[in-house]
Design a binder for this molecule. Structure first.
Ligand code: UT7
Length: 340
């Protein structure tokens, strides 16, 4: 049955989880040719949490989800949909269903959404479509990534950047629409700037042949490690992110001056500062967690949002502009108000 009388969405719970083990810049100095000074001044990162071999993305995502449900005072069985934004699932077939099973969200359909560091924003907009059309009432959106599994720990250009974590929000159908505007974009012509590519090795299927008698081979393999042209992605982010936020603000009929908070994907403090400056948003209105978590990909926005909601900085009704950007290349922004 459609609940068309509602028509809007509200974000009513947040949760997060990070692995216990912490690697600080001093630890990285012992592994690659780098320095705490370089990492801190170029990125703002001081520490990152890393999953131990026995820890899974599914478990972290479940924990973040449970905490968000608790804040929303909702049972897992109330959920209609679980969206897991991740690029690093435990299972290439997807990890959302495992999260659904572990949560006991018996009524919910669950699937993964792959959009790298834009995953949370794309997930928020996707969730809103199901809620606004009245198809679903309660959605759990989780952004989770274990980037440590896919980083070359001998490459100082990338290994200093990433960390592991999960963040979640409960989004509910509401008669007051709190998602005020959004913008989503992709540019696959720049795909090679940031990749985690499949690397194939040809395996002959001899003595089998194709039906026309020709030899057959398939591509077996695994994934490479994260490869990034940092300066190119940096330039892309500083140009495209303010543009996307301005478009989302325009659709929301707001200006940057109306915002209580700016919450960007946490990739580099210099990117955050440049975007804030361009939008003329003062530093005290900028949320973030780069110092503690590094770049946690799809998890970075909900991780930082959860911390700010729980410590009381973000209050019900606060207007927040958020933006994700990264591999694809993809980028997107959303303007929303926190709370019912
Ligand atoms: O989440 C997805 C989106 N990702 C991003 O938005 C990342 C965007 N890019 C960035 O944040 C920055 O480009 C980085 C932090 C990745 C790199 O900072 P940068 O200021 O662009 O440095 P660079 O790559 O231009 O390198 C400058 C120098 C180089 O040395 P030379 O060639 O000038 O002698 C690098 O070899 O810094 C060197 N370098 C390092 N030195 C010490 C690169 N990595 C390190 C390191 N420690 N870890």
């Amino acid at each position: 049955m459609l609940n068309q009388e509602l028509g809007g969405v509200a974000l009513v719970g947040t949760g997060s989880a990070a692995p216990q083990a912490v690697l600080d810049n001093g630890g990285l100095e012992r592994r690659v040719e780098t320095s705490d000074e370089w990492i801190t001044t170029r990125t703002g990162i001081r520490r990152r949490h890393l999953a131990a071999p026995g820890e899974s993305l599914t478990d972290l995502a479940e924990l973040a989800g449970r905490r968000a449900l608790e804040m929303a005072q909702m049972e897992a069985a109330d959920l209609d949909l679980i969206l897991l934004a991740t690029s690093t699932p435990d299972d290439l077939f997807g990890s959302a269903a495992r999260v659904q099973g572990q949560l006991g969200a018996t009524r919910a359909v669950a699937f993964d959404l792959t959009a790298a560091c834009s995953g949370f924003v794309f997930g928020l907009v996707t969730a809103a479509q199901f809620l606004r059309t009245g198809v679903f009432r309660n959605v759990l959106l989780i952004g989770a990534d274990l980037m440590s599994r896919w980083v070359d720990w001998d490459d100082r250009r990338t290994c200093i950047l990433f960390g592991d974590g999960a963040g979640a929000v409960v989004i509910r159908a509401s008669d007051r629409d709190r998602l005020l505007g959004f913008e989503m974009r992709s540019d696959g012509t720049q795909n090679s700037s940031l990749t985690l590519n499949f690397q194939a090795q040809a395996r002959s299927l001899e003595p089998a042949t194709a039906t026309d008698g020709s030899p057959l081979a398939v591509a077996l393999g695994t994934y490479q490690t994260v490869a990034m042209n940092g300066p190119e992605v940096y330039r892309f982010a500083v140009r495209r992110v303010p543009e996307a936020i301005e478009k989302a603000l325009f659709k929301a009929n707001r200006t940057a001056a109306d915002l209580d908070w700016l919450l960007l994907h946490q990739a580099n403090q210099r990117i955050v500062d440049a975007v804030a400056q361009r939008l003329e948003i003062p530093p005290e209105k900028v949320l973030g967690n780069l110092c503690e978590h590094g770049n946690t990909s799809a998890a970075s926005i909900p991780l930082a949002l959860d911390a700010a909601v729980r410590d009381g900085r973000v209050k019900p009704g606060d207007a927040i502009a958020t933006a994700g950007f990264g591999a694809g290349l993809s980028w997107g922004a959303a303007v929303f108000e926190w709370g019912a």
